[in-house]
Every structure is written in C-alpha cells, then in structure tokens.
Design a protein around this ligand. Structure first.
Ligand SMILES: C[S@@+](CC[C@H](N)C(=O)[O-])C[C@H]1O[C@@H](n2cnc3c(N)ncnc32)[C@H](O)[C@@H]1O
Length: 247
C-alpha cells in the first residue's frame, strides 16, 4: 500500500476508480450553490497526490452545471506525485498548477490558500497529525472570504472482512493513531470546523470491496500494518466519511 509519508502511485491508481464511485454525490450537489455566480473558480486540492480529485471533480462540477472556468492548484509535499498529476488531461477552460508545500507550515499554507473559492482534499485528513489538522483548520478559518471546503474519503476505522479477523481492526486503527489522527480525523475536524463557526454536512462513504486486485492489495497493507500475513479474504467493508464545510 504505502507508509504514511510516501504514497505509492500504483496504490493511488488502483484505488482511484472505487474512490470516484464512492464519493458522496449529495455533498457535491450541496456544494454547487456555494460556487454560484463566479466567472472563475480558484480550486485548491490539498494532499492532491497524483491528481485523483482533479480527474473526478473537474468534469463533475461541469456536469452539475458549474460553468465557471476552473483554475486548480494541486498541493502536496511529494513532488513526484505532483508531476504525475500534471499529466492529467483536463476539460476545456481548466488550468492546473502545482505547489510543493508541507501542510504543517502555516506560512506556506497561507500562500496556497489565499484567494481560494473551493478547497478540496481526498484521503487526506486521517494521515494528518492533530497539530497539522489544527494548522489547516486555522488557515482555512483565517481566509477572508472563507471558501467552501470538501474533504472526502477520510478513513473512520472499524473495517471488517469476510471471513472475520478478530482484533485486526483494533490493531490497524491503533497503528493509524500512532502516526496521525487516523480514525478520529472526521470527528476532530467536524468539531474543529464547528468551533470555528463553519456549517458542516457529512456522509458515510464506505468502500465495499469484493474479490479484486484492490481487495488483495488493501488486505496486504491492512494486515501488514499489524504484523499479520494477510489471510485469504473474499470481501471487506472499509468505512470512510466525506465532509463539506461551508462558511
Ligand atoms: C492517501 S494520499 C491521497 C492522494 C490523493 N488525494 C488521492 O485521493 O489519490 C495522501 C496524500 O497527502 C499527501 N500528504 C500527506 N501529508 C502531507 C503534508 N503534511 N503536506 C503535504 N502533503 C501531504 C501525501 O503526499 C499524499 O499524496
């Protein structure tokens, strides 16, 4: 799969089709009124990786009737992934730039967020330590005007497999918590946004994995994190959640 610092581009590519199918369509629809009436949108994708959100959301916004030009800024601390993202073919009236930034650096964060109409992130919040998530929430809340914010596919823990693997989920979740917010990320960020005056909507977006290369690779990483050689699993449910924060 990957460790929490470096994300394997093959793993990101393997999960991308399911990620695109799993994202909350309802929260994307709720986002549209917040973007109305602007001829151009500045969209900042935090932890953009190799560009999965750009590939999903640029055409999806157009499909939802957002006619504005889209100017994307893809932000990550991994330059190699950003270079891959730049190879993405994009719809007309869409521009893409990248910035290599560590989200824990408040000044660098401010420079990429300034002027944003929409800030997005996918599979990001659970890998952030609480200190970085706080820096991010503070940075977003200091913007004037505040943008719309959509963070999707945050892991919330308690994954289950068939056949069952007693204790594995607790072990994996504890391992995640030793690196970052892990399964506590959504609750941490929902509370953090609310405390800073944002309105938050949320929706569970679980992965439902049937037998496939993605299931096998997920199981290898999931069991591997707790030091167990992956048994043969035939299916899994991996809970995630999407959240939309509006000013
Ligand atoms: C699980 S990957 C998701 C990538 C992409 N959003 C997707 O959905 O395919 C998490 C991404 O966050 C980036 N990331 C994690 N911590 C970061 C930090 N402190 N600063 C900048 N990027 C970070 C990683 O490099 C990685 O690209």
């Amino acid at each position: 799969m990957s460790d929490l610092e470096n994300f394997d581009p093959d793993w990101l590519a393997l999960r991308e089709p399911l990620d695109h199918a799993t994202r909350s369509a309802r929260l994307e629809e709720l986002l549209v009124p917040a973007l109305a009436g602007r001829p151009a949108l500045r969209i900042v994708d935090l932890g953009a990786g190799s560009g999965s959100t750009l590939r999903h959301l640029a055409p999806r916004l157009a499909e939802l009737g957002v006619e504005a030009e889209q100017h994307w800024l893809l932000v990550d601390h991994d330059e190699e992934l950003l270079q891959r993202a730049l190879a993405t073919p994009v719809p007309a009236a869409t521009s893409v730039r990248t910035a290599r930034v560590d989200l824990g650096d408040p000044d660098a964060l401010r420079s990429v967020l300034t002027g944003a109409d929409l800030v997005v992130g996918s599979a990001l919040l659970d890998v952030l330590p609480a200190t970085v998530a706080d820096t991010l929430l503070d940075g977003l809340s200091a913007l004037e005007p505040r943008p719309a914010v959509l963070f999707v596919l945050t892991v919330t823990g308690g994954a289950t497999t068939e056949p069952p693997a007693p204790g594995a989920a607790a072990g994996f979740d504890a391992d995640q918590r030793s690196h970052g917010l892990g399964p506590d990320a959504v609750e941490f960020c929902v509370a953090g946004f609310a405390a800073r005056g944002w309105t938050v909507a949320r929706e569970p977006t679980p992965w439902r994995l049937a037998d496939s290369p993605l299931l096998q690779e997920w199981a290898r990483g999931w069991f591997g994190a707790v030091g167990i050689e992956a048994p043969a699993v035939t299916s899994a449910v991996v809970p995630h959640e999407d959240l939309l924060a509006l000013p």
